[in-house]
Design a protein. Sequence first.
Length: 385
Amino acid sequence: MLAVTACGGGGPDSASGGEDGKGNGAGAAQSKQSEAVVTIAPKDGAKSVDTSGALKVTAAKGRLTEVVVKDSDGGRIAGKISGDGATWTPSTHLAAATKYSVHAVAKDSEGRAAAAESGFTTLTPQNTFIGHFTPEDGSTVGVGMPFSLRFTRGITKPEDVEKAITVRTEPAVEVAGHWFGNDRLDFRPEKYWKAGTEVTVELNLNGVEGRPGVYGEQAKTVKFTIGRSQVSTVDVKTRKMKVVRDGKLIRTIPVTTGKPGYDTWNGQMVISEKLTVTRMNGETVGYGGEYDIKDVPHAMRLTTSGTFLHGNYWGGDAFGNYNASHGCVGLRDVRGGWDKKAPAAWFFNRSMIGDVVIVKNSDDRTVAPDNGLNGWNMPWEKWKA
């Protein structure tokens, strides 16, 4: 009863209480409350939220001062508060099938803070895609090696996919991506990589909508190192190949290239595959039954269409004297590839994936940039465009 009486104060004639006293107390309490109003979309508890465009935080009658968005593992989502403090939007998409929490604070003109909290879960996609990439994580490759992705589904939102891929290098160099069709994306610098460069690629594709209703499911970091520089130049007219290692000529090797009507491509080609021995059948490249050699030694792929630089044990005296192949570059070798001193074995053992082989003075045209890992044949400005 004493408590009730104390809270109630005196009667209407009391000098210290009454209506005036009660009004002043309410006004003081109200003055301490922020006028800012924070709104978070999607609403708390929402399910199957879209990974892009759904998350937004706004402030009315105040300015946002802090927005923290975290996934269930504690990872923070980067975002930006607008210049007027009215909105916050994420800088990237969200991952699929992931629970997120949002904490936001805004202050009014008097500096009084208001806060809001929310939690939601993103959608679980029914259709997904990934990118098969080369080179492999942890590999050491030649100076001509691009980072190449082939997607399992055709991409109709290339800007969103490319934005989700980050390429960092040490030392730093500008790297740009280029799309070949709707399922291949290659990254390279303007000129060949500098020997020793460390390349890190972040594939933040989980949750990216690559085409309507089809979402990426990759979240992976790929690292590779650029090894020593080796660029070899084949001159079709002289039938010789000059091997240059770190800027110095280390050997000149007699070769044979495509005979008339089967000319070797001109241009810069990158070694994309090394095979100690392989079968070469003319039927696989549109030459019918013209040849079928089951044990071609020391073969290195230069184009997707079937151009190789390889050992040749059947060429007789062609090397350095005349061109006799169906478009490949042949080096003298022995059947079985056992002779390590043979030119083909010597070159094979000193080459790596990503090394460059340049062909010049052929009567054929320049190889297409997407025929193999051969984007170097596209001018830089066109590549970036």
